[in-house]
Design a protein around this ligand. Structure first.
Ligand code: DAH
Length: 382
C-alpha cells in the first residue's frame, strides 16, 4: 500500500560533498552496521552524510537537511512513513536502519552547523557600505612652512643655505662677532651655558663666522635654525625660537644693497604696498646697525583701530603704526678681521629675523607657546 503524502525530495546531484569522518569519527562502523542490515540503507546514509558534511554555508546545510530529514518530504522521513506498508520482517530491518540514519544524520547536521557558525564568528566581515577609515595624517608645522617660504625667496635672490651647530662655542656666538669679554651686550642674550666655553647658541649669526672661516668671498648665504635664550616664558617669550640670518659679502656692497634686499623681502611677505623704515640701532657685529620696521598691517600705520566706543589704540603695534621686523647692518670690520678677511678688500651686509614673530604677525597668533604644543588643531589652520 503506497504511503499517503507528497513524494520524497530529490537530492540535487550537483551538490558538493565532503568526507563526514571529521564530524562523525565512527562513520565507517556506522556504514558497516547499516550494510549488514541492507546495503541500500548504507548507501542512503553515506550519501546523506557526505552531503551534510559538504554544505558550504548555513543556508546550504539547511537545504540539505530539509531534503533528507524534512518533516514533509525528507527522504528519511518518507521512508519511515512507508514502513507500515511493508511486510513485518522487512519493516523491522528498515525501521531499525532508518531510525539509525535519522539519528546519525541529525548529529552530523548539528556538528556541521557548529563548524559553520564558529567560522562565521571569527571571519572578518566587511561592510562595504560603511564609510572608509582614513589613515591619520598630521600637518606641516607653520614655522617650517614660513622657513621654506623665506628660503625660497632668498634662493631666488641668489642665497644658499648654511647650517651651523645649535651647541656652539662662546668664541663663535660672541667673541668673533665682536662681543668683547665682559661687554654688557652679552647680558642681553640670557645665555644657557653648558660649560664656560660651550653654550646653546643665542642667535644664528655665529653661522656667518663659520662660513667665512671656511670659504673665500664672495658669499651669499642664509642661516636658518633654532636658537635658545634663558628667558622667562610668557605669551611672547620662549626659551627657544627660530631665526634666519642672511649674509652678503663681496667688493663694494653698500647699505643701498641692504635696503633693496630687505624691501624685496618685506614686500614678498607683507605685500607690494608695504612701507618700511630703517632705524639706527646697536649690534656689536654690524656698523652701522639698523632695525627694519614694517608698517602695521592691522591699523594701516595709523596706530588706531575702530572699536565699540570709537577708535582705540592698535594692540598689535601698540599705537606706533610700525612693527619691528628684523635687525641688520653692514658687517663690522672687526668681524672681518676675526675670520681673516681684509676689510679694505670686502664689505658686506647681514640681517637676522625671528620666524615666530613673522608668523604671529602674519596670522595674528597671540601666544608664542602654541608653536611648541604641536596641537594639530592649531597647526591645521595654516
Ligand atoms: N643676531 C641678532 C639677534 O639675535 C639679530 C641680528 C641683528 C642679526 C643684526 C643680524 C644683524 O644679522 O645684522 O638679536
Amino acid at each position: 500500500m503506497p504511503a499517503a503524502g507528497p513524494p520524497a525530495a530529490a537530492l540535487d546531484p550537483s551538490w558538493v560533498t565532503a568526507d563526514p569522518t571529521p564530524l562523525a569519527p565512527d562513520h565507517a562502523q556506522r556504514l558497516a552496521e547499516l550494510s549488514a542490515l541492507d546495503p541500500a540503507l548504507a548507501d542512503l546514509y553515506r550519501r546523506g552524510a557526505e552531503l551534510l558534511a559538504g554544505a558550504a554555508d548555513v543556508a546550504a546545510l539547511h537545504e540539505r537537511q530539509v531534503a533528507l530529514l524534512g518533516r514533509e518530504r525528507g527522504i528519511v522521513t518518507r521512508g519511515l512513513a512507508e514502513l507500515p506498508s511493508l511486510p513485518v520482517e522487512a519493516r523491522k530491518v528498515r525501521g531499525r536502519g532508518l531510525n539509525l540514519i535519522k539519528r546519525w544524520l541529525s548529529e552530523i547536521e548539528a556538528a556541521r552547523r557548529l563548524v559553520l557558525e564558529r567560522a562565521a564568528e571569527t571571519r572578518e566581515t566587511i561592510d562595504v557600505t560603511l564609510p572608509g577609515r582614513r589613515p591619520w595624517v598630521g600637518h606641516r608645522h607653520v614655522l617650517g612652512r614660513i622657513r621654506d617660504e623665506l628660503l625660497d625667496l632668498f634662493h631666488g635672490l641668489g642665497y644658499s643655505v648654511y647650517e651651523s651647530p645649535e651647541v656652539e662655542r662662546d668664541e663663535y656666538n660672541f667673541t668673533k662677532l665682536n662681543f668683547p669679554p665682559d661687554h654688557p651686550a652679552r647680558d642681553a642674550h640670557d645665555t644657557y651655558f653648558l660649560t664656560d666655553d660651550v653654550l646653546l647658541r643665542t642667535h644664528t649669526s655665529p653661522g656667518w663666522v663659520r662660513a667665512m672661516e671656511e670659504r673665500k668671498p664672495p658669499l651669499r648665504l642664509v642661516f636658518p635654525g633654532r636658537v635658545y635664550r634663558a628667558e622667562q616664558v610668557d605669551a611672547s617669550h620662549m626659551d627657544q625660537f627660530h631665526q634666519i640670518d642672511g649674509l652678503f659679502v663681496d667688493r663694494n656692497v653698500s647699505m643701498a644693497d641692504l635696503k633693496a634686499t630687505l624691501n624685496a623681502f618685506a614686500r614678498a611677505i607683507y605685500g607690494v604696498e608695504a612701507r618700511t623704515r630703517l632705524i639706527p640701532i646697536y649690534f656689536p657685529f654690524v656698523e652701522p646697525g639698523c632695525q627694519m620696521d614694517v608698517e602695521c598691517s592691522i591699523c594701516g600705520g595709523s596706530g588706531r583701530v575702530a572699536g565699540e566706543g570709537g577708535a582705540r589704540r592698535c594692540a598689535v603695534c601698540k599705537g606706533t603704526g610700525w612693527i619691528e621686523l628684523l635687525g641688520a647692518g653692514m658687517v663690522h670690520t672687526e668681524v672681518f678681521r676675526a675670520v681673516g678677511y681684509d676689510p679694505e678688500e670686502v664689505t658686506g651686509f647681514a640681517f637676522g629675523m625671528g620666524l615666530e614673530r613673522i608668523a604671529m604677525m602674519r596670522y595674528g597668533i597671540p601666544e608664542i607657546r602654541m608653536f611648541l604644543e604641536n596641537d594639530v588643531r592649531f597647526l591645521r589652520q595654516f
